[in-house]
Design a binder for this molecule. Structure first.
Ligand code: ADP
Ligand code: MG
Length: 389
């Protein structure tokens, strides 16, 4: 049974992904209650109602459960337990189990590897006190230290939980640097990954409904700066074989997880054309923002459709799109001069209504539409340059 327009939907998390979900839901006739502990976030100003409480607050969860027909999340670090509790009372998408795996790098990597989905060579470091002892750092000379984690250096150490935008990651060349980095991370559980030379990075947004209907959006090519997504180019400039493979793997990830909702699968493309899954996000994703302006259905509308038990929308796209993130650094001298962007008819500006423009903070994005990726990219970079100087 589908959730009909007019119903109240619940949303965990109050960031920009939530804001864009709410805008899509309201356009489709739904109302939205946001649960988020913070005040003045991008979602609360557009939500029909804001419950300002902790994600595990029993009263707030009770209120969501009794007033909402369905609940979704825009934040991957929401406690899976909250989703589990809500699922006893109303429709929940995605399920607690899926979110629990996606929010924990150790569970995520082990899940992907166990299902034969290619990942970067890695090792789980649960208890680095043991490691510290086995390295015997204080007593043995460096030359005599046992060779640990063969084949993983140089590597990247990543905290298992709560990392984002490259935060919670340190590059390490050997076991000694690894031990220092672990100490800097308070010896919390981590994953050590081999540092690879990447040909490109791409991502696929896959949507899967309660009835198992599944589809994917066009593959996006993603360029990062300082660990933060900078530019997405769609369609990705990779071979048709890589496109097919990426879409296939994304569907397989969703099916193996028995995922219900919108999921992003991030990939590394190696020089020989091999695709490795980097990570997954149990929600719409920054690299899918282009879908708002460039596709028949946006990733946010898709999220509403799945939650409400409607059929999936078409992911058809005409021409090409390039999305550029706008970070707080651009606001150093006040509000940027938007006219240089607005005078182009095929450029769409999205601002998230954040008042505090801190460096590195995602404040908005713009999407350039054109016939070809070359044309879209050229204009996107021209605008980027003019905004930055
Ligand atoms: P986050 O959760 O911060 O997005 P990611 O694991 O996706 O963390 O890492 C952020 C970026 O760092 C990646 O998009 C990629 O550019 C780079 N990176 C991460 N892991 C590796 C790796 N093993 N080899 C090479 N580059 C990597
Ligand atoms: Mg990432």
């Amino acid at each position: 049974m589908s959730i009909r327009p007019g119903a109240m939907l619940g949303l965990l998390g109050g960031g920009q992904l939530g804001r864009m979900f709410i805008m899509a839901a309201q356009r489709m006739g739904y109302r939205v209650t946001v649960l988020d502990p913070a005040e003045g976030n991008p979602s609360s100003s557009v939500a029909n109602r804001h419950l300002r409480a902790d994600y595990l607050d029993a009263d707030a969860l009770g209120e969501l459960a009794s007033t909402c027909a369905g609940v979704t999340t825009e934040f991957e670090n929401v406690p899976a337990e909250s989703l589990r509790i809500l699922a006893e009372h109303c429709v929940v998408s995605p399920a607690a189990n899926s979110v629990a795996i996606a929010q924990d790098r150790i569970l995520e990597k082990n899940f992907l590897a166990a299902n034969g989905l290619g990942v970067v060579p890695y090792a789980v470091i649960q208890n680095s006190h043991e490691l510290h002892k086995s390295l015997n750092l204080d007593e043995v000379s460096p030359q005599k230290r046992p060779e640990l984690f063969p084949g993983l250096f140089p590597g990247i150490l990543k905290v298992s939980r709560f990392g984002y935008d490259g935060k919670g990651q340190v590059r390490v060349k050997n076991a000694i640097e690894l031990d220092h980095a672990l100490s800097g991370m308070n010896r919390t559980a981590c994953v050590l990954e081999k540092l690879l030379s990447l040909e490109r990075e791409v991502s696929v947004i896959v949507s899967r409904g309660f009835d198992g209907e599944v589809n994917t959006f066009p593959v996006s090519e993603n360029q990062h700066r300082n660990g933060i997504l900078d530019v997405s180019i769609v369609p990705a400039r990779v071979s048709e074989a890589v496109v097919q493979k990426a879409r296939e793997i994304a569907v397989r990830v969703a099916e193996k997880l028995d995922y219900r909702g919108v999921l992003c699968v991030e990939f590394f493309v190696l020089a020989d054309g091999r695709l490795l899954v980097n990570e997954i996000a149990p929600r719409p994703h920054n690299s899918g923002h282009y879908t708002i302006d460039a596709c028949a259905t946006s990733q946010f509308e898709q999220q509403v459709r799945i939650l409400c038990g409607l059929s999936l929308g078409s992911t058809a796209m005409h021409g090409a799109a390039v999305m550029v993130n706008l970070l707080g650094d651009l606001w150093q001298r006040g509000e940027p001069e938007w006219e240089q962007l607005r005078r182009h008819p095929n450029v769409e500006l999205h601002l998230y209504g954040k008042l505090d423009a801190r460096p590195g903070r995602k404040m908005g994005h713009y999407t350039v539409l054109a016939e070809t990726t070359e044309a879209a990219l050229q204009l996107a970079l021209e605008i980027k340059q003019s905004l930055e100087c």
